[in-house]
Design a protein around this ligand. Sequence first.
Ligand code: GDP
Length: 445
Amino acid sequence: MFESLSERLGGVFDRLTKQGALSADDVKTALREVRVALLEADVSLPVARDFIKAVEAKATGSAVTKSITPGQQVVKIVHDALIDMLRGEGEADALKIDNPPAPILMVGLQGSGKTTTTAKLAKRLKEKQGKRVLMASLDIYRPAAMEQLAILGTQIGIDTLPIVKGESAVQIAKRAKQQATLGGYDVYMLDTAGRLHIDEVLMSEVQQVRDAVSPRETLLVVDGLTGQVAVDVAQEFEDKVGISGVVLTRMDGDGRGGAALSMRAVTGKPIRFVGLGEKMDALETFEAERIAGRILGMGDIVALVEKAQETLEREQAERMAKRFQKGLFNMNDMRQQLEQMLKMGGMQGVMGMMPGMSKYAKQAEAAGMDDLLLRHQIALINSMTKKERANPALLQASRKKRIAAGAGLDVQELNRLLKMHRQMADTMKKVSKMGKGGMLKQAMR
Ligand code: GDP
């Protein structure tokens, strides 16, 4: 979900996180790209503009936290602003369905998933809140739609209002209200007729139903895949009928996140639920954090910082690969490798990236080479003189003793380190002979 937007933003942020520092110009450039990304994701122009303005104001006023890069700071601000915009202010999350029987009016275009969502929501109210729910279809134009609701009702164990031919939508609504009152239901849901496009007849019918039952909630069901169309539909229903919330369906598809964002901004109404599939359980409450994370394609800022670190590590590995190409691999290189392994929490990661090393990584793991061992090896290297690190061939018995004692370890462990270093250096030499276009380059991919 939200692939296209997340990919675009991902590209922008990759570039940001690669730079050490970020100037005011960089922020502007980054936000310009964010704006383009939003527009391409079907966020409407005014919404994108407002969003960027809000982000820019926050970015300009905020001091950059020491522990993260300015690029990460911008990302965090964009992330938080997305959440703010998606969540809105002071909206109660729960549906207002006290005072039984509470009417819920379901509106939207035909094919948006309105009937499916009505049933999903009824099931949810029953299972999560223990509500007794009655459903009624007001789609007098499509008998099949009425039957569809009845079939779903049977499937999920929710009562539906018996179908009476020849009634108007308002008559059905009134009958539903009566039955809900007499039958002691907590909630009755009215699944209104949809059209392929907005038209006056549809709107006035929905208005009459609204006036007949005074719904506690009027939920607009829109297809999340339809982008700008969904936003126009929302605007229209909000103007003509007044809605209390939105349900975005088909968010399981690879729709663009723009709809959620502009829908929220344009109608000012909260997105209450998202539909994530055809099954009756595939309805979830809308969570701004999660959607913002998905829009950015990053679970949260922690994941982002990790990503930035990966970039750094890759750059380090690339630098090192250049040394290897020249056949260079001394104890300083070795120490850097060991430190990276420690940071990455294991041998596999870094060694796996190095040509011919994945074999050793597996051996090392099999031999129970853990963090402590890595730390010991680093301590041994630290205990060497500069000259010794640059040229391990210098290490004869007396030096070995001194180094091991300096690290508080025994010579055996130092020998193991030296053996591993020799094996790695040998492999480097072999690989460097294969030339630049060879294995090494491939291994860096
Ligand atoms: P209505 O005309 O608005 O009442 O639409 P329906 O409820 O009949 O839904 C139309 C089609 O969309 C059906 O095949 C549903 O199963 C499907 N559908 C509804 N919601 C979702 C959803 O969240 N994800 C997916 N993938 N399909 C959905």
